[in-house]
Design a protein around this ligand. Structure first.
Ligand code: F6P
Length: 547
């Protein structure tokens, strides 16, 4: 049984029918102040949604839809620790991790802030001792290489943020990240390391994830085979987790554990102990700036009316594109090489949160939910997939993310980068008509017969939507605000879709089947227990592995 959709949904469907007869470029022609009307600034970021096919009336209806989904109540519930992660019966309080107000945050009547503050203090102290060189390995040398072993939210956040903030990192403290269970990942990483100068961070909320525990065990064996001993493990292995028993059982002293809590979702955990690699790379003061940026976006999100609320606007424009224009993918195009891994981070944040088809009450949804999130930095993407973005049959809304200033002001590079960013969003929106193409070819002296043949191939349909997010410089505060922007965007879209954004049951089946298949791969005997494809592929594996 499909629940009735909110009234504004049906009104929007009628409104969008009319909207589809318009072109974005005409909306700009009609309103020279369109940019002023449809951009907002908050927490050091500027968001421009004017290059979407929308009007003030569109936004009004989208906000009405948010109101009919009681978005303001949901915001209060999340920040106040209600158990809105209904299938795991947990609060969702990543915002408490960066709560700079000093105000308490209660879970089961207990203020969690003292524990949060205590872990941050422990992270600061540890970070200082490692970075100062006073933390020594079993050879008496300081740490020069840090290997973080984790996957998903225990990997993507630390790895992406550490890379994004490279300008603030020590170059003599090398950060390595191992996530894949493919032995290549750990083997290639260990190849160049000296155990006496290497610190391993085992990052796992559950401390049961197969990839992480397998890689951690291999790292531990490597350490013991290369000079380490059981009683020097404590100087070379620390854990980031909620599971003290499992940490102890693995052989890491709980004194070397940085804890976080079950009300922190994995893909929302970079602000917690999971962010220790970031603090080690950039120093704890800078890590606190990162937290402060996210907190600034939290405050903006909590207190700003929806029409000028940056996460709400980004979310609602997404709802318009996904649910009313039917666009099923969304590109993240950072025009900043340091943000190379941002699309991968946002893939988990968005697709693991909202890649769902069941409403909170268990009824199936009757509308689309999360789109495919993908992307690559500009300008590389322009030489890979922009052909499709401009002239393909699929329309892909895109977020362009751009710093005004570069950390590396080399010659004209940054101005040339920005000229490409400005040009691309303009070209996607304006396109180029057949008349414009024909006129251009004629002016360049191409023969009429050739023009007739060439012109259709050179037409750009345009009317392709994009958002632009700009900021002064990619620093810890700005990055914190940017990630919090997307966290709250995902939350708002989950509320509109009436789904639980904070569990991830969809990852379970594959894990369970892998556990079942693994023993069947060990011996040489043929396997007949599964479908003929699985049986046949296993047979091929067993045949070739013997060759
Ligand atoms: O992908 C499933 C998942 O549970 C993610 O949500 C999580 O970030 C990742 O696996 C790793 O989990 P853990 O931090 O418990 O090792």
């Amino acid at each position: 049984m499909h629940q009735a959709r909110p009234p504004a949904w049906n009104t929007l469907e009628r409104h969008v029918k009319k909207l589809k007869t318009l072109r974005i470029r005409d909306l700009f022609r009609e309103d020279p102040k369109r940019f002023e009307t449809f951009h907002v600034e908050a927490a050091g970021l500027l968001l421009d949604i004017s290059k979407n096919l929308l009007t003030e009336k569109t936004l009004g209806l989208l906000i009405k839809l948010a109101d009919e989904r009681y978005l303001d109540d949901w915001i209060v519930k999340m920040f106040s620790g209600s158990r809105i992660n209904i299938t795991e019966n947990r609060p969702v309080l990543h915002t408490a991790l960066r709560n700079r107000t000093g105000a308490p945050v209660y879970v089961d009547g207990k203020d969690v802030m003292p524990a949060v503050t205590a872990v941050l203090a422990k992270m600061r102290s540890f970070t200082d001792t490692v970075r100062s060189g006073s933390w020594r390995g079993f050879t008496g040398e300081p740490i020069t290489d840090i290997v973080t072993i984790g996957i998903g939210g225990s990997h993507l956040g630390p790895a992406m943020v550490t890379e994004a903030l490279t300008p603030y990192a020590r170059r003599d403290l090398r950060m390595h990240f191992v996530s894949n269970i493919d032995g290549t990942h750990i083997a290639e990483t260990l190849r160049s390391l000296q155990p006496g100068r290497t610190l391993f961070i085992v990052a796992s909320k559950t401390f049961t994830t197969l990839e992480t525990m397998t890689n951690a065990a291999t790292a531990r064996a490597w350490f013991l085979e290369h000079g380490g001993t059981e009683n020097t493990i404590a100087r070379h292995f620390v854990a980031l987790s909620t599971n003290t028993d499992a940490v102890r059982a693995f052989g890491i002293d709980p004194a070397n554990m940085f804890e976080f809590w079950d009300w922190v979702g994995g893909r929302y955990s970079v602000w917690s102990a999971i962010g220790l690699p970031v603090a080690l790379a950039i120093g704890f003061d800078r890590f606190e700036e990162f937290l402060a940026g996210a907190h600034a976006m939290d405050e903006h999100f909590k207190t700003t009316p929806f029409r000028h609320n940056m996460p709400v606007l980004l979310a609602l424009v997404g709802i318009l594109n996904i649910n009313f224009f039917g666009y099923t993918s969304h590109a993240i195009l950072p025009y900043d090489q340091y943000l190379r891994r941002l699309p991968a981070y946002l893939q988990q944040l968005e697709m693991e949160s909202n890649g769902k088809q069941v409403q909170r009450d268990g009824n199936p949804v009757s509308y689309a939910t999360a789109p495919i999130i993908w992307g690559e930095p500009g300008t590389d993407g322009q030489h890979a997939f922009y052909q499709l973005l401009h002239q393909g049959t699929l329309i892909v809304p895109a977020d362009f993310i751009v710093p005004v200033k570069s950390h590396n002001p080399v010659g004209e590079h940054h101005r040339l980068l920005l000229s490409n960013f400005f040009a691309q969003t303009q070209a996607l929106m304006n396109g180029k008509t057949l008349d414009e193409v024909t006129e251009e070819l004629r002016r360049s002296g191409v023969a009429e017969s050739i023009i007739e043949q060439l012109a259709p191939h050179r037409v750009f349909p345009g009317n392709r939507p994009s958002n632009s997010i700009m900021f002064e410089k990619l620093d810890p505060f700005t990055l914190g605000a940017l990630l919090a922007l997307y966290e709250h965007k995902v939350f708002v879209q989950g509320v509109i879709w009436n789904i639980c954004s904070f569990d991830q049951w969809g990852v379970q089946l594959g894990k369970d089947l892998a556990t079942k298949i693994y023993p069947d791969l060990i011996g040489p005997e043929p396997v007949a227990a599964y479908d003929s494809s699985t049986n046949g592929l296993i047979a091929y594996y067993k045949r070739l592995r013997e060759s």
